[in-house]
Design a protein around this ligand. Structure first.
Ligand code: ADP
Length: 305
């Protein structure tokens, strides 16, 4: 059977990543080495799915600038369908300044740029690209008003909705919450949404119960090196992370979300979809970077042998 259509809504950023010996103090100048990486949560998730052999659509908003062109090229090379993407003259593409110290500590400043200009009516236009029986994935970097509008379209369009509440913010309407099929926070986001500190599978179960009270059909909490916890009205289970040698945890959550969505699109049952997402995220943390760290389906099959 052919895979279900898959569409991501989210942000794209040019990440300016400086490796520095240690983070600077106010007023201090330091030497560092710079790498420009394609990033943004939505873009990373779409690339993770494309590497697994799908051709997901992606809606994002970019400026008509050098950064926008190189970000588009990265998405094109990964095999993401660019038809829904808006490239807007006069706007500046989103960017992030990332400082990483030798001890792994970091400082990040984001200029949302064109990402901040996504309005409800633009989302409505982009939603024309959502096909029948599609899986839609949305993260929280887009303006919340646009997300509320997208989620409200679910009743008409009939898609299945994965909501990754990152970066977590308030403002999603009660009605929008009830449109969500899978909410996929990490530990910090689960705490922000429920007030429950998630440090193990027991506390994840408690937080998942509170997440379900918000209205989604299922909660899927990621717990870093521990794994993931799933709960819906009739089932709940925890799956352990694959033990790997960690090099860089950037975009682990994006790898997980992109792979979970891709696996559902490939019609895997939920438990198997989560297991594959854990494998993809484990491989992601063994490599440097964000989009460049997303593994191919061959690498994942080899890892799971
Ligand atoms: P985020 O990157 O959004 O903060 P997490 O830290 O929860 O999200 O990581 C997401 C997923 O990435 C985890 O559920 C796990 O599958 C994988 N992962 C993260 N860190 C590790 C690790 N040290 N070892 C193995 N897998 C990891």
């Amino acid at each position: 059977m052919s895979p279900r259509p898959l569409m991501f809504f989210g942000t794209t950023n040019l990440d300016l990543c400086f490796n520095v010996e240690r983070l600077p103090t106010p007023g201090e100048s330091l030497m560092g080495s710079l790498k420009r990486n394609a990033g943004g949560k939505g873009a990373n998730q779409a690339v993770a799915a494309a590497r697994l052999g799908l051709r997901p659509s992606f809606y994002t908003r970019l400026g008509d600038d050098d950064a926008g062109r190189s970000l588009l090229q990265a998405l094109r090379e990964a095999g993401v369908c660019l038809d829904a993407i808006a490239v807007c003259p006069g706007e500046i593409s989103g960017s992030a300044l990332v400082l990483v110290g030798d001890d792994g500590s970091n400082m990040i400043v984001i200029d949302a740029g064109a990402n901040a200009n996504v309005t409800p009516s633009l989302v409505e236009k982009a939603a024309e690209f959502i096909e029948r029986d599609a899986i839609v994935v949305a993260e929280m970097g887009m303006p919340v008003g646009a997300l509320n509008h997208l989620f409200a379209m679910k009743s008409v369009k009939g898609f299945e909705l994965i909501f990754n509440p990152a970066p977590v913010r308030a403002g999603l309407s009660a009605a929008a919450w009830t449109s969500v099929d899978f909410v996929t926070p990490n530990q910090t986001e689960a705490f922000e949404l429920t007030g429950v500190e998630v440090h193990d599978f027991d506390s994840a179960a408690h937080a998942a119960g509170k997440l379900l009270d918000l209205g989604p059909r299922a909660a899927l909490i990621t717990l870093g090196a521990q794994g993931a916890y799933y709960a819906d009205a009739s089932a709940s289970f925890a799956l352990r992370a694959f033990p790997v040698k960690v090099v860089d945890t950037t975009a682990a959550g994006d790898a997980f979300n992109g792979a979970f969505a891709a696996s559902l699109a490939q019609r895997l049952p939920i438990r198997q979809a989560i297991k594959k997402a854990l494998a993809v995220a484990a491989l992601c943390v063994t490599r440097r970077g964000a989009q460049s760290a997303m593994p191919s389906s061959e690498a994942v099959d080899e890892f799971l042998k």
